[in-house]
Design a protein around this ligand. Structure first.
Ligand SMILES: [Zn+2]
Length: 110
């Protein structure tokens, strides 16, 4: 991937919330997502009003929760978990969209 930071090892359940250092609680994350996730593990879905977990890459299938809109580079959340993850991690902020569009043009993504 064309990126200016190495991926980071992220705690899905933060150590501050009782998470551990075992492999099934760790995920690779880019700097942007890791900063924005912080210690959050849930979010409130704007459509249903439900508090739901942020996407867990160890337990859930990405394509069940998200879709890439290749014309804009945006990530669409398909489920409450998908939507709260898009919001919490700001997956469609202007910098993310600009980078994703270039990756798509270069054939590097999705
Ligand atoms: Zn990211």
């Amino acid at each position: 991937m064309v990126f200016n930071f190495q991926f980071e090892i992220e705690h899905i359940v933060p150590l501050a919330k009782g998470g551990n250092n075992k492999e099934d609680n760790l995920a690779l994350s880019c700097r942007s997502c890791n900063l924005r996730k912080g210690t959050f593990t849930t979010g409130i879905d704007a459509i249903t009003g439900a508090t739901v977990p942020i996407f867990n890459p160890r337990l859930a299938n990405w394509s069940e929760h998200f879709q890439i809109l290749e014309t804009t580079g945006a990530v669409a959340g398909l489920t409450p978990t998908g939507r709260v993850t898009v919001e919490r991690l700001e997956l469609n902020n202007s910098l993310q969209l600009a980078a994703r569009k270039i990756w798509i043009q270069l054939g590097l993504f999705p």
